[in-house]
Design a protein around this ligand. Structure first.
Ligand code: NDP
Ligand code: 2IT
Length: 449
């Protein structure tokens, strides 16, 4: 798809020049700009306020050295990042990713998408993201602790409960958030809600751990309900086996689906009898082992090396919950051929643009990440509310609010798709609905920051 609006085309050209070679960031920007063209046609005031050329440029981008000492006494150096992309509707908010593939492009694509996702939740949160090319795999707890402390020593200068509130993402769970929170508290001499995803004994919210996976399934339930359908009796394939995949498996199963496969970066397991989640949790959350271990412990289950093979398994519903660009056109074609009826993204940008095109042109219902995986950050927003009130809500209260937020996101994305002439195109609908709120706020607040 190319641009039909000259203003949008010129903004994209400038972004390409300024961020040359940053493939993931350019991919994320291109998709949003393509889908907001009809908004700009209708709203010359937003063009006059320079909203689009401003929204694609981060308000602040911080890069820093993270040095730490490993268990053998050697000095190690990693690169840390935080992008503070947009604060028009609230403090910067978004996760931290620890993975060797992290670079400026990855952090900027994630921070950019976070602006629209956070807007869709209806909560007052701006967009941010951060992380490091540190690889937690194979590191001892003490090494992870020393890294997290060093990382936070610099990051602490830039964040705050009303400024920028990081959380988890790939490679950052309760253990890492705990070490980072402890270091922030030591440095700032303040106990505040500066991070979300905290442990339950020190300000964390019930249901935050489950929220992204549960929220994804609530969103899928809404998509299915729009066709008078449900999870009941559906075969589900879920990629990844981390936080999002695990709790998506749990909720999809509770809602009547049968999850038959999970994966990690080494390969996938297939269990025709339905994935046994207690076994997965033991392997992944307790022992921190590879998913291949599942096939050793459960009879009838098989392990196949290579992660993209998971999309060759016949299913009704596919939920990519691992990482960006994990599902390409070739995999999409196989899913379509095998009769898959619905794809919804638990990971951020897991489907390539060609894969999305394949789903949409073959009538596969498609739930884009910004909408479908917003339950995690929405519940982070609820954690911030509880911290501000110095109260803790019950699991049921938080879960009910999450469910309501996911329903609201589905409706906002669907309604925008109808209003802007592409009914049922939730990619366009989510981008438009997310964009409009931020754009209005940016216009109202004037040009100079
Ligand atoms: P985890 O670290 O808990 O799990 C990540 C999973 O994805 C692991 O199974 C991992 O396998 C796999 N994976 C990661 N990188 C790759 C890769 N390059 N190739 C193949 N597999 C890979 O992370 P989360 O579950 O939290 O995050 C998963 C996705 O969901 C990410 O895209 C994240 O941005 C997104 N997300 C997360 C939210 C949250 O609240 N945690 C909220 C919204 C979105 P391995 O162990 O082999 O690396
Ligand atoms: O991509 C995401 O939305 C997240 N990793 C969650 C961010 C958050 O602040 O909870």
């Amino acid at each position: 798809m190319s641009f039909s609006n000259k203003y949008i085309a010129s903004v994209y050209e400038a972004v390409e020049k300024r961020n040359a070679g940053e493939a993931e960031f350019l991919q994320a920007v291109r998709e949003v700009l393509e889908t907001i063209e009809p908004v700009i046609e209708k709203r010359p005031d937003l063009q006059a306020a320079g909203v689009v050329e401003r929204i694609v440029e981060p308000e602040r981008f911080i890069q820093f050295r993270v040095s730490w000492v490993d268990d053998s006494g050697r000095v190690q150096v990693n690169r840390g990042f935080r992008v503070q992309f947009n604060s028009a509707i609230g403090p910067y908010k978004g996760g931290l990713r620890l993975h060797p593939s992290v670079n400026a492009s990855v952090i900027k694509f994630l921070g950019f998408e976070q602006i629209f996702k956070n807007s869709l939740t209806g909560l007052p949160m701006g967009g941010g993201k951060g992380g490091s090319d540190f690889d937690p795999k194979g590191k001892s707890d003490m090494e992870v602790m020393r890294f997290c402390q060093s990382f936070m020593t610099e990051l602490s200068k830039h964040i705050g409960a009303d400024t920028d509130v990081p959380a988890g993402d790939i490679g950052v769970g309760a253990r890492e958030i705990g070490y980072m929170f402890g270091q922030y508290k030591r440095l700032a001499n303040e106990f505040t809600g500066v991070l979300t995803g905290k442990g339950l004994t020190y300000g964390g919210s019930l249901a935050r751990t489950e929220a992204t996976g549960y929220g994804l399934c609530y969103f899928v339930r809404e998509m299915l309900a729009s066709k008078g359908d449900s999870f009941k009796g559906k075969t589900v394939v879920i990629s990844g086996s981390g936080n999002v995949a695990i709790y998506a498996t749990q909720k999809a199963t509770e809602l009547g689906g049968k999850v038959v496969a999970l994966s990690d970066s080494s390969g996938y397991v297939y269990d025709p009898n339905g994935i046994q989640l207690d076994v997965v949790k033991q392997i992944k959350e307790v022992e921190r082992l590879r998913i291949s271990e599942y096939a050793k412990r459960v009879s009838g289950a098989t392990f196949t090396p290579g992660c993209s093979g998971i999309w060759t398994i016949k299913c009704d519903i596919a939920l990519p919950c691992a990482t960006q660009n994990e599902l390409d056109a070739a995999s999409a074609e196989i899913l379509v051929k095998n009769g898959c009826k619905l794809v919804a993204e638990g990971a951020n940008m897991p489907s390539t643009p060609e894969a999305i095109e394949c789903f949409q042109s073959n009538g596969v219902m498609f739930g884009p990440a910004k909408a479908a995986n917003a339950g995690g950050v929405a519940t982070s927003g609820l954690e911030m509310s509880q911290n501000s009130q110095r109260l803790a809500w019950t699991f049921e209260e938080v879960d009910a609010k999450l469910d309501g937020i996911m329903k609201g996101i589905y409706k906002a994305a669907y309604d925008a798709s109808v209003e802007y002439g592409c009914p049922g195109n939730l990619v366009a609908g989510a981008n438009i609905a997310g964009f409009l709120k931020v754009a209005e706020a940016m216009k109202a607040q004037g040009i100079a920051y």
